[in-house]
Design a protein around this ligand. Sequence first.
Ligand code: NDP
Length: 234
Amino acid sequence: MSRSVLVTGGNRGIGLAIARAFAEAGDKVAITYRSGEPPAGFLAVKCDITDTEQVEQAYKEIEEKHGAVEVLVANAGVTRDQLLMRMSEDDFASVLETNLTGTFRVVKRANRGMLRARKGRIVLISSVVGLLGSAGQANYAASKAGLVGFARSIARELGSRNITCNVVAPGFVDTDMTRALSDEQRENIVKQVPLARYAQPEEIAASVRFLASDEAAYITGAVIPVDGGLGMGH
Ligand code: NDP
């Protein structure tokens, strides 16, 4: 059955791989983008998730064209790395604003239609560093750890309405975000990963699609690591 799927930040990187995975399975996929030319093949809605009005407009357009969102993948996220000593309040607040409060905005809006339909799938994209911590990423790690508490609260609130909420925690994935790292940083990271390589975005997409499938109907509040073993032990 073709479902109405929304992937925030589905215009590139991990989000685009997730959007493609759902589209290949026959779902109607909407993606958000902020600027430039969005990739073809999806309903692309212009939306900055830090802006409540833009989120509302995006949902209205999706509801008109695809029906209420049945599967939400909250993927959009940013980094603004800095050692604590040099991290400004704006560095901290802006990352929280996108990664955590932005996710709250899109989940809250999706919840309306899901409650009415008495079903729904929500998948949040966190990160291995949310649980491991990461020097220079206190803002990012805090936002990603916050998603776990957020997801588990929602899982408890909405479980009886047949709405699941799970977290995927990727390790290091080959995208623009990690291409911004120096060669030395990239090599050091790979040394710590048991599988000794970066993930491809499609490998994250596969677990997201599984969590949204019928086979995963009894999984909620879970944190699924897709990190090559980097975060083992949590
Ligand atoms: P990219 O930097 O390649 O892409 C980020 C995406 O988020 C873009 O689509 C971007 O849109 C969107 N985005 C950022 N801010 C906003 C905003 N305010 N409103 C709407 N969209 C926004 O990142 P990745 O694909 O690597 O990462 C995707 C997710 O996976 C993120 O949440 C990231 O934290 C997480 N992750 C990534 C890992 C990695 O190694 N790459 C590891 C673990 C987690 P635009 O094109 O408009 O900028």
